[in-house]
Design a protein around this ligand. Structure first.
Ligand SMILES: [Zn+2]
Length: 72
């Protein structure tokens, strides 16, 4: 639930873009909560990212994705 609240705050910061420092801090909050949830669930997030996106996008292999299929 905290994670979803942080995603909402990031979404609002992305819409506003008035405060680049706040935007950066909202990204940090989302990443911190995502890492916390992965840790609680026993998921090695670094390993999961390497397995799924280690070669870039699974479809176009670009990093960042240029085809749009790497959306979660
Ligand atoms: Zn792609």
């Amino acid at each position: 639930m905290w994670f979803m609240e942080e995603v909402g705050e990031l979404s609002a910061a992305l819409r506003d873009r008035n405060d680049p420092n706040n935007l950066a801090l909202e990204f940090a909050d989302v990443l911190a909560w995502l890492a916390t949830l992965a840790n609680i669930a026993g998921v090695d997030l670094e390993d999961a990212m390497a397995r799924k996106y280690g070669d870039g996008c699974p479809k176009c292999h670009a990093n960042p994705c240029v085809c749009g299929s790497a959306k979660p």
